[in-house]
Design a protein around this ligand. Structure first.
Ligand SMILES: [Zn+2]
Length: 75
């Protein structure tokens, strides 16, 4: 089973939230979430922003967000 990187997780997050991912991809997604503290933290922030704006961003994450994430995930 192929694992996702954190960046792949982020690009699939809106699909995951809208339940558009096929079952096996949701499993991979959840497995990564289970193991990755950073992505859990990111998902939490993502859900919060969905609550605030009332919608799931459909486009790829904005550039500013990517930069923020790269900083967050930097080892
Ligand atoms: Zn991750």
């Amino acid at each position: 089973m192929k694992m996702y990187t954190c960046k792949q997780m982020i690009y699939r997050l809106s699909d995951y939230m809208e339940k558009e991912l096929p079952f096996h991809k949701r499993l991979i997604f959840r497995l990564h979430l289970w193991m990755c503290h950073n992505c859990r933290k990111y998902l939490k922030q993502f859900k919060k922003s969905v609550e605030l704006t009332g919608k799931i961003p459909k486009e790829n994450p904005p550039k500013a967000l990517i930069e923020l994430l790269e900083k967050t995930f930097k080892k």
